[in-house]
Design a protein around this ligand. Sequence first.
Ligand code: R5P
Length: 294
Amino acid sequence: MKIILGPASTELGEKISELTSLEKVGVAQRTFPDGESYIRLLGDVQNEHVIIVQTTSAPQDTRIMQLAFIANAAKRNGAKKVTAIVPYLAYARQDKTFLQGENISVETVSAMLHVAGVDALITVNVHAEDALGRFPFPAKNLSAIPILAKYFVEKGYKRAFAIAPDKGAMYIAEQAQKILGGNAGHLEKHRDRHTGQTSQTALNIDVKDKTAIIFDDIISTGGTIVGAAKILRELGATRVFAACVHPLLIGDAEKRILDAGIIEIVGTDSVSGNTSKVTLAPLLAKELQALKSG
Ligand code: R5P
């Protein structure tokens, strides 16, 4: 087994390779003047089960194409199996049609990757796990919520209240609660499918004089966290933190969140940036150790 360091996740790939002692294969990458991507493998993959580490946060389309090209290059150069580790799986939020005439984006992405040579995929906190069951190859979802919650325990916030911004994310708050040992609850979020606008309301949660941590899979524009922070402050929470697996943080999202009174934003290196304070490397390395020995 060898690990291919995709250009979008070089640092994470390096860390996984150190933890697993898997031999690394580098990738030469450049962009042609017209914007097209070029990749070349810098090592031998003949008869190997190769693990490509490549996240697909923005620029999503470029990174998906790079992943497909790497998978294809691996197969053309004799790899016997290609497993893609894609910490943030782009287009996973369009996992069904909501309005007449739409496509299912994640279905198209998985079909493309399959044709390119991907035989299996490992991702982290994918938006809707059900979608993986319809992929044309085995796909596994891991959760980074426990390691995010551990970060807060280590900072001294054991027993903090774990909040999910909507009912669908309650399982996330419950995973965090197991580590934090406090309470868990959720807000209600409503989305207008035509405008994309969301609004939130609180249910029966008692965060008065408590530390609250909002756990979500993704922070994109920050609107969800800003809305949740406002409600939690109104309910009397003393401190509010935001934790997410995929800190996309589009535009001025980080500033808006901090301006809304969030003390700290804690994300993982699924999307690298200054809020990526927790690395996914041990979680992914453990999964690869299990693959190696299985
Ligand atoms: C949606 O259901 C997700 O779990 C996140 O809550 C959402 O993607 C966050 O988006 P934003 O930061 O734009 O509110």
